[in-house]
Design a protein around this ligand. Sequence first.
Ligand code: TRP
Length: 332
Amino acid sequence: MSKKVCLTGIKATGMPHLGNYVGAIKPAIDMANSGLYDSYYFIADYHSLVSIHDPKLMRSFSYEVAAAWLAMGLDPSRVTLYKQSDIPEILELHWITSCFTIKGLMNRAHAYKAQVQDNEVLERDADHGVNIGLYTYPILMASDIMILNADVVPVGADQLQHIEIARDIATAFNNTYGNKLKLPKAIVREGNKLLSGLDGRKMSKSYGNHIPLFSSDKDLKKLINRITTDSSGPTEPKNPAESLIFDFYSEFATPEQTEALRARYLRGIGWGEAKMELLSVLNHLLKEPREMYAELMVNTTKIDRILEEGAAKVRPQAQALLKDLKYSIGVK
Ligand code: TRP
């Protein structure tokens, strides 16, 4: 029996941070390396176009995410990596799926609703700043998934609604033409525990409390020094369960290292010392990826080649599916 198809999209929003690594990149790479799936990961650049209207940014953001995933261990011989915009069939399917999407379903989609709510608070027109791309974002996402008949879609919990919408759209299509489209299943990433940012709030670029994945040794040190701590003295025992430094450490250290640091916390450790331990673990983990990332970013033709190979593999499959659907709906 052939393997299940696992597919996920990565929004092109620039160099990922440590929270992205823990919450999304690492679990997705682990899943691909498990060998249990036929894996397809893509850069969702057309989704980014909803909000990114600067060509330079668009180009560099796409390269940055591709380079980051490759540097952190994505193996293109195990995962087909491609760019959404290289697969025009997705957009043909987008129109077909649009015609099976009830408008009310889009009115209820989170991203659109959030914008409308912000507008209400600011007493602006409800649809201020809403382009149709934002409004129909979930339909493009459904098309991404269906074009390869994906079985499972690893996503963060915030994307669950979108997978439900994809299932609704596939069901509507199937009710008319027979079982043509697979209903995808979301897999909410394990380890979806959110890594806090430097100030204790959720790590997010928009809060400016994040640690970029490929910070230099020097910047990493500065950022770690910014982690908020209490005023307890260097010999006082500390509670690991209430320490951001410890949280970080346990994500990146081995279980043995984590236990050793826990013991030191309980005996008494200075915050400066704990921060040094965290720095050393991160430097160890990121040393090689940092170099590979820098290398890929100066030689982006390597990335281009990987993405082209990915697209060359995906397109014939996408074309076959589309051909079948076109016959079903009667345009062929
Ligand atoms: N919307 C997803 C996000 O913001 C990215 C995405 C686009 C995606 N298309 C997809 C994820 C298809 C899974 C499947 O993270």
